[in-house]
Ligand binder design. Structure first.
Ligand SMILES: C[S@@+](CC[C@H](N)C(=O)[O-])C[C@H]1O[C@@H](n2cnc3c(N)ncnc32)[C@H](O)[C@@H]1O
Length: 429
């Protein structure tokens, strides 16, 4: 999983509160724990009863700062409740029930199959968060912000995923993970996320859908930020529902693709590839990338793509995947990893506070949901080296528009591999 970005904008202005919320980016950005909201995009002066509110000592030296710091504690403490209300709002189908209409609570309860008195309480909270506005006569209507959770498939799917009890239970075990190591998901569920996805069809569908929409929001930056032109056959290893591979196949008409995935994700791929008009140039292969990276009928791969894969696993498992990729490559082939690269300790902090928060929360999310972690360039270099792959010296090319993301480009480390890759790169650039 990864931290997406979102413009949070829109032309429509329906409901002043929601409009203001959307303009402030409140609730609409960085769904992975909402770093924007946690840092101050949220409504820090409006915590629930009992939450520390804004201080009242303006005028005294330092009081403004102290008040701002105190105000932030409301969101830090109650951010989970905001996320939970938003998740229930989406998962109960309220945005769909209010599509193009305004309804009173009793009709909304009927439409969503909910308990009316309890629904009223949720509606009050959703209104307070700027998702709804109440018209005279008690008719609820979506605000611009509420509309986003109906219109924008990425926000909607992320709200559904982050409203999953399995995800909440995993976040509830964060302390266990920090105390003992290991993934919080495993602490909470007794099994790893990807094993759970094998047996829980609805969770797998939500996870794959959410990943697809996160990736869709990053596709343009990956496709335009790196030249894939020298590649004839690309294997997207753990490529999810094929969102990125479909975009690459569209952008490069001579490219052939292979999507390697687990059955649940693979099942979601055909419509994505068909919609992009590239299904005839893409093989779908079910497999286990720890065991092998098969290449289908396309012959050895010119490149293997690993997007949002390595950060899900511990070092030894990453080395297994990288070795399997290496074995699938033609001599001189490349392993391409568009990745969030952690700044080295002490580097970069404070330059882009929201991006820094997103990076840190993404790393925490890896601890919560997976057995993996975000890594520094030096750590990636070490992983590649253990798999017999080499990253070029110096900083990897950044992916513009994706803060802290770079394209790691591993070659097989032999003289042949590095020379061919270098020559290929010279032709391509
Ligand atoms: C975080 S998702 C990334 C999906 C996609 N690459 C993207 O960036 O949108 C990780 C993917 O790895 C797949 N996966 C996990 N374990 C796997 C395995 N052993 N073999 C093949 N795929 C696996 C999952 O099904 C999931 O779709």
């Amino acid at each position: 999983m990864s931290e997406p970005t979102h413009d949070g904008g829109g032309e429509r202005t329906r409901g002043r509160e929601g409009t203001r919320a959307a303009e402030e980016g409140r609730g609409a950005a960085e769904p992975l724990g909402g770093p924007g909201a946690l840092r101050g995009g949220g409504r820090q002066d409006a915590g629930p009863p009992g939450a520390p509110g804004a201080g009242s000592g303006a005028g005294a030296p330092g009081a403004g700062e102290a008040a701002a710091v105190r105000a932030a504690t409301g969101t830090l403490l109650y951010g989970f409740a905001l996320s939970r209300v938003t998740g229930a709002f989406v998962r109960l189908g309220i945005p769909d029930a209010l599509a193009g209409t305004a309804l009173p609570a009793d009709r909304l309860a009927h439409a969503t199959g909910t308990h009316e008195p309890s629904l009223r309480r949720l509606l009050r909270a959703a209104s307070a968060l700027g998702l709804l506005t109440v018209r005279p006569g008690g008719h609820y209507e979506l605000t611009l912000l509420g509309e986003l959770f109906r219109d924008d498939p990425r926000l909607r799917r992320l709200a559904e995923l982050y409203g999953e009890p399995a995800v909440w239970r995993a976040y509830g075990a964060l302390e266990d993970a920090v105390r003992d190591g290991g993934s919080a998901f495993r602490h909470a569920h007794g099994t790893g996320l990807f094993t759970a996805l094998e047996t829980d069809g609805p969770l797998a569908a939500r996870f794959t859908g959410a990943m697809g929409t996160v990736t869709a929001a990053q596709t343009e930056q990956v496709v335009s930020g790196f030249d894939f032109g020298g590649i004839g056959h690309l294997v997207d290893v753990g490529g999810g529902d094929g969102t990125l591979l479909a975009a690459l196949l569209r952008a490069y008409p001579r490219l052939r693709g292979t999507l390697l995935e687990r059955p649940a994700a693979l099942a979601a791929a055909p419509p994505v590839l068909r919609a992009a008009g590239v299904a005839d140039r893409c093989a779908l292969l079910e497999g286990d990338f720890f065991a092998a990276v098969p290449v289908g009928g396309g012959g050895p791969a010119d490149a293997c793509l690993l997007k949002n894969i390595l950060h899900n696993f511990g070092d030894d498992d990453c080395v297994r995947v990288l070795r399997a990729c290496r074995a699938a490559l033609r001599p001189g082939g490349r392993v391409l990893v568009p990745a969030l690269v952690l700044p080295e300790a002490g580097g970069g902090a404070g330059t882009q506070p929201d991006a820094e928060t997103a990076v840190a929360l993404s790393d925490v999310e890896m601890m919560v949901l997976t057995a993996g972690r975000e890594r520094t360039l030096a750590e990636y270099r070490a992983l590649f080296a253990r798999a017999g792959l080499a990253l070029p010296p110096g900083a990897p090319p950044a992916l513009p528009g994706l803060p802290h993301h770079s394209m790691l480009e591993g070659t097989d480390g032999t003289e042949h591999g590095t020379r061919e890759a270098r020559d290929g790169a010279a032709v391509r650039r």
